[in-house]
Design a binder for this molecule. Sequence first.
Ligand code: NAP
Ligand code: MG
Length: 407
Amino acid sequence: MANKIKVKTTLVEMDGDEMTRIMWKMVKDKLLSPYLDMDIDYYDLHVKHRDDTDDQVTIDAAHAIMKYGVGIKCATITPNKDRVKEYKLKKAWKSPNGTIRAMLDGTVFRKPILVNNIKPAVSSWKKPITIGRHAYGDVYNNFEMQIPGAGKLEIVFTPRNGSKAKNILVKDFPSAGIIQINHNLDKSILDFAKACFTYALSEKIDLWFSTKDTISKIYDAGFREIFNREFERNWKEKFEKAGIEYFFTLIDDAVARIMKSEGGMLWALKNYDGDVMSDMIASASGSLAMMTSVLVSPNGWFEYEAAHGTVQKHYYKHLKGEETSSNSMALIFAWTGGLRKRGEMDGTPEVIKFADKLEKAAIATVENGTMTGDLLALAEKKSTNKKVNTEGFINAIAATLQKKFND
Ligand code: NAP
Ligand code: MG
């Protein structure tokens, strides 16, 4: 293209590992570079480079997202014992996603990419359902204990300000049993609420939040109250203006309603509920390669990525010279998500338009029957369906995109 579209502010790019690293480069070379003039702040999160820098590169990348506001990340290896051996690493470095999430203090939102020739398992779902999972506390940071026999369980809270400790009887056990103590922090719940309101407003979709507040009148109802207070104080008007709603309901009711809904909302859930429901939504919507993911920080920073990993098995095939058919949809949508957000922040509608065009080209390619193996197995059977290899898929999207620019 003669005149490339200028992306005004620097984008933070985080490169990754294995098959996704290969697809990442193809996506940039064939779908982005021909059309966009981007200023990129590049961080190579290849596992070997993280090792060489004692993981400083991951920390630098997170700081860059704080500086510029939008980062786009490829999938990365979280090293375990096998990976330490395979790549001769100094140690099993922490998950880059965990490190970045802790630094940005964010919440992860996952949304499936829908195409009309792959039907969700729930026939009423027409629009994607996004899950926002609280990533702190509850059963994931709990205290558990076996109670060996009859006896009293008491807890003591000792305030740090020196006021008198309180001793409360939890249960007078008649016989052996088990206990579990969960906790959460008002600050963490509030940050979660802010991230959910931010995301819903940025996507202009309704926000649903559900807990078991009728039974858990302090704990689950506490979540409800923090969300309500934050909504009334800081979001109500913005939501009205955007024509979207905040809706709280009992989790049982939410589950029943979701199954009959058209989709299209953000469903915010407590840690455990989100863990379980996100797998249900993912499986009902199709393939892992069609799930996008964005980390939204309460400070207004965004990090986009695919929900899947580095597709290790395909990479080993690729190294052996065998043909692969890996799906780059979620990686492409990580870029379009980041570009669209950049365009919104910068006030550059032409960048937003490009992101829309690229997404439409990718979806149209699949809907016209050209797809990778994972999708072919799920798609409605048609004689025009054609399985393509990793590069062939990106080439087909590039051709569709080119046509959109020529039209
Ligand atoms: P994975 O990379 O998500 O792949 C699991 C399987 O899902 C693949 O073997 C493949 O199934 C299918 N799949 C996933 N993405 C696909 C795509 N784009 N196209 C086609 N098929 C796809 O998970 P993993 O193999 O368990 O993990 C590999 C590495 O990724 C690990 O080192 C892990 O640490 C890392 N990981 C990173 C992230 C992240 O950076 N966000 C997330 C998860 C895992 P078939 O083999 O049946 O074709
Ligand atoms: Mg799960």
